[in-house]
Design a protein around this ligand. Structure first.
Ligand code: EPZ
Length: 416
């Protein structure tokens, strides 16, 4: 089992180029299934989730070629079933359903896997697809989905602005007959990135990134070359690493606008963040100041994916911070490891109460999920002494060679 061995206490200084966005690359890889011909996706991060998405595409009869950060997909599907093992590898396997129904008119798949953050139902996905004419039956945990006569447009209101449901319904709508209107759609920047790719392939989507999205179905889509947007959560991770080590970092390929709520929290912590077009520079404060109250919300609110990440520097901030997780039911699993490293964190319902301590110390800890593992990695960088972090399979789902990125700015970290 691989592990990171981290010698903490070193200030991080220098420049990092931010990887392409995992949560944009995955839906865009699913969208490539809809397109005839070839799609060339640039700035695609080298992640186990991306490799899993490519295995789903090849399992459906498509061809995927990975050359570094460029993935080329030729979508000539011959199959309609996604193997259970592949479905279990990640949450976003479910958004292949909308694309498969749009392209092949049928799909058989299991329930998705992904980080254990609490129950992660797909009721909003299935309800929306049924409104568009999909027939979906469940048998022994397997979903049998067909679209007899093809999908048709519909007016769909999402009870919750679910990112995955918004993406799935967009993928189903772009080649459905007629107009689809999504209301209370998710507004995350990755939705707009997906729509930009689809529109470049010939789709007709208006309003992506806003609460109401209109889609006019078109006959067919043709693949194109597209550059994936920067990963805002990876950027937040490196900024938090600078904060916890009292360092100074500049991030290249970082879209400050998509991270405004996170940067605002760093400002509250007395860090100096300079926002430029495609760069963000941070000079960490010493000591950091606690944040009285922080609640995760759908975009443009504070991102749930950054909740664990920001907890690490808050552990050594001056004062007490309260962080409420409103999106997922079980997204504080990382706090036990931080307490083992000397943090003072108590969970009260949906909130974590973090009383700042003078410093953390190294420990042996194991990642529980992707962003919880990132939180442990960040804490270890700021801790005195050595930390051994296992459970790297979680971290490798979302970060492209994090040990190389961190070593390039002075971190003492090696993978064994
Ligand atoms: C996406 O997950 C992201 N994953 C998550 O990032 C992110 O945390 C989440 O959006 C919220 O921003 C990808 O994009 C691959 P949701 P998703 O549907 O689509 C409930 C990471 O670390 N819900 O917006 O699964 C659900 O239970 C990952 O990169 C329903 O009730 O998130 C949750 O409480 C983790 N029914 C809430 O909505 C549904 O049908 C948000 O889920 C769908 C969702």
């Amino acid at each position: 089992m691989q592990k990171f061995v981290i010698q903490g206490g070193r200030r991080l200084t220098g420049e990092i180029r931010v990887q392409g966005a995992k949560n944009s690359a995955l839906p865009i890889l699913a969208a490539a299934l809809l397109c005839k011909g070839e799609s060339c996706l640039e700035n695609c991060p080298r992640l186990s989730d991306v490799f899993a998405a490519c295995r789903i595409l090849t399992g459906l009869g498509c061809r995927c070629r990975i050359d570094g950060e460029t993935v080329t997909v030729r979508a000539d599907p011959t199959e309609t079933a996604i193997p259970e093992a592949l479905m279990q590898e990640m949450r976003s396997s479910i958004i292949f359903l909308g694309a498969a129904l749009g392209r092949m008119g049928a799909c058989t798949l299991g329930y998705p896997g992904g980080c254990e953050l609490g129950p992660r139902p797909i009721d909003l996905h299935l309800a929306g697809l049924r409104r568009m004419g999909a027939r979906i039956t469940e048998e022994n945990g397997c979903l049998h989905c067909t679209a007899p006569g093809g999908l048709h447009g519909a007016r769909i209101h999402l009870q919750f602005p679910s990112v995955g449901a918004t993406e799935n319904l967009l993928l189903a709508a772009v080649t459905a007959k007629g107009e689809t209107i999504l209301t209370n759609a998710a507004r995350e920047p990755e939705i707009a990135d997906l729509a930009a790719y689809l529109n470049r392939c010939g789709a007709c989507i208006e309003g992506a990134g806003c609460s109401t999205v209109r889609v006019q179905g078109v006959g067919e889509l043709t693949g194109c070359t597209y550059r994936i947007m920067p990963d805002r959560i990876a950027a937040a991770t490196w900024l938090a690493a600078a904060a916890v080590t009292g360092g100074e970092l500049c991030l290249r390929d970082a879209d400050a606008q998509s991270l405004e709520s996170f940067l605002d929290v760093l400002d509250q912590m007395h860090c100096r963040c300079i926002r430029m077009d495609d760069r963000i520079c941070i000079a960490a404060a010493r000591p950091l100041r606690a944040v009285r109250y922080l609640k995760t919300m759908p975009y443009p609110g504070f991102p749930t994916d950054a909740q664990a990440i920001v907890t690490a520097p808050l552990c050594i901030a001056d004062g007490t911070s309260v962080v409420e997780e409103s999106i997922f039911e079980n997204r504080f699993r990382h706090t036990d490891a931080l307490v083992k490293m000397g943090a003072d964190i108590r969970i009260a319902g949906r909130a974590a109460v973090i009383r700042g301590v003078p410093g953390l110390h190294g420990a042996q800890v194991c990642a529980t999920d992707l962003r919880g593992g990132a939180a442990m990695l960040i804490a270890a960088l700021g801790a005195q002494g050595e930390t051994v972090l296992t459970g790297l399979q979680h971290i490798d789902r979302g970060y492209d060679s994090p040990e190389h990125v961190l070593r390039s700015v002075g971190a003492g970290i090696r993978r064994e």
